[in-house]
Design a protein around this ligand. Structure first.
Ligand SMILES: [Zn+2]
Length: 148
């Protein structure tokens, strides 16, 4: 059995189980699969989330960040402490360049400036562009008690 996410011609989404993709095609052609909401037999497979084409990666980056709430998990507290240390290390060993981050990262990458660690404000678009130019940038994780 195989499960398909289906959508009717009126945009109702629902799931259906079929013996296989051939069985699905045959049943749809015969009008045997209908929408549980409106009864329409004009149904097709909805786009599956895991098969997102590469081109939409950019869009995926703009999606909301994952959030966690685990107040009683000691491991989580340990890791938050590690993030805090990472931030401290960055703040003592790299130069803060504010919103000139993308510009400075490029200058360093293209040899216009001496290599050094920098950190600053970058938009997701900046980060994607830098990455496409072969410049590695790392998002610094935010701590829960930090405002934006
Ligand atoms: Zn429908």
């Amino acid at each position: 059995m195989i499960r398909y996410s289906l959508i009717c011609n009126k945009d109702h989404e629902f799931d259906g189980w079929f013996a296989g993709s051939d069985a699905f095609d045959k049943q749809v052609r015969r009008g045997l699969v209908d929408c549980p909401v409106c009864g329409s037999a004009k149904v097709q497979k909805a786009l599956m989330t895991p098969g997102v084409p590469v081109k939409s990666n950019r869009k995926a980056l703009a999606e909301p960040v994952k959030a966690l709430h685990a107040p009683a998990d000691p491991k989580v507290h340990e890791m938050i402490e590690m993030v805090r240390k990472l931030r401290e290390h960055v703040e003592t060993n790299a130069d803060y360049v504010g919103d000139r981050f993308a510009e400075e990262a490029r200058r360093i990458h293209y040899g216009e400036k001496d290599p050094r660690g920098i950190y600053g404000e970058a938009t997701i678009e900046d980060a994607v562009e830098l990455h496409e130019e072969g410049i590695d940038v790392l998002p610094l994780p935010k701590l829960p008690d930090e405002a934006n």
